[in-house]
Design a protein around this ligand. Structure first.
Ligand SMILES: CC(C)(COP(=O)(O)OP(=O)(O)OC[C@H]1O[C@@H](n2cnc3c(N)ncnc32)[C@H](O)[C@@H]1OP(=O)(O)O)[C@@H](O)C(=O)NCCC(=O)NCCS
Length: 158
């Protein structure tokens, strides 16, 4: 298994992988729409013998500035629970930090994302259109994070 940033040659294959992971067409469409609008900032794939087996995308939030949304995270159904999702989150989150983003928000199971430093407590106090008990944040720049406007506005594709 190999983790690397996405290239243009992956673009056409990614929606299919995402749909297979979620067993839902709309998650594949989400990636296509985010890409079409230029919202994706950090994106990695996991490959095995040239096949895509995993994918992660971080997209720029409309608000607060300097913040990303992690979504979606997808592992091929035949390869789930073998550590691919965890490795994708770790490597892509490092890239987010290195690129200088203040924080990343994720909507998902707090027990899973909590393993990677995404903390529900950190996202408390932000107005969000989604359930706050499933919204977690990982902070990369404490100083910038403290002065951010307390409202999450997601790209239209969401
Ligand atoms: C969720 C997903 C990305 C996890 O990736 P993965 O490669 O299967 O998971 P990993 O092997 O890295 O981690 C496995 C561990 O996470 C746990 N886990 C996996 N999915 C989980 C979930 N949705 N909620 C809570 N725990 C979960 C497993 O029970 C396992 O725990 P263990 O280490 O104690 O045995 C993957 O299963 C997937 O694509 N699922 C369908 C799409 C989806 O739900 N995406 C996330 C939306 S927020």
């Amino acid at each position: 298994m190999f983790i690397r940033p996405v290239t243009a040659r992956d673009h056409a294959k990614i929606p299919q992988l995402v749909e297979a992971a979620f067993a839902r067409h709309d998650e594949g469409l989400l990636v296509e729409e985010l890409r079409r609008h230029g919202d994706i900032e950090v994106e990695y794939v996991a490959t095995d013998r040239n096949e895509l087996v995993g994918h992660i995308a971080f997209s720029r939030l409309i608000s607060p500035p300097l913040c990303l949304a992690l979504a979606p995270l997808s592992v091929h159904p035949d390869r789930q629970k073998t550590g691919i999702g965890s490795t994708l989150i770790r490597i892509a989150s490092e890239a987010v930090e290195e690129a200088g983003w203040a924080a990343a928000f994720v909507l998902g199971n707090p027990a899973y994302y909590g393993r990677f430093g995404y903390d529900v407590e950190m996202a408390q106090g932000f107005d969000t259109p989604y359930p706050s008990e499933f919204t977690a944040a990982r902070v990369f720049d404490e100083t910038a994070f403290r002065s951010l406007p307390r409202e999450l506005v997601y790209p239209a594709a969401f």
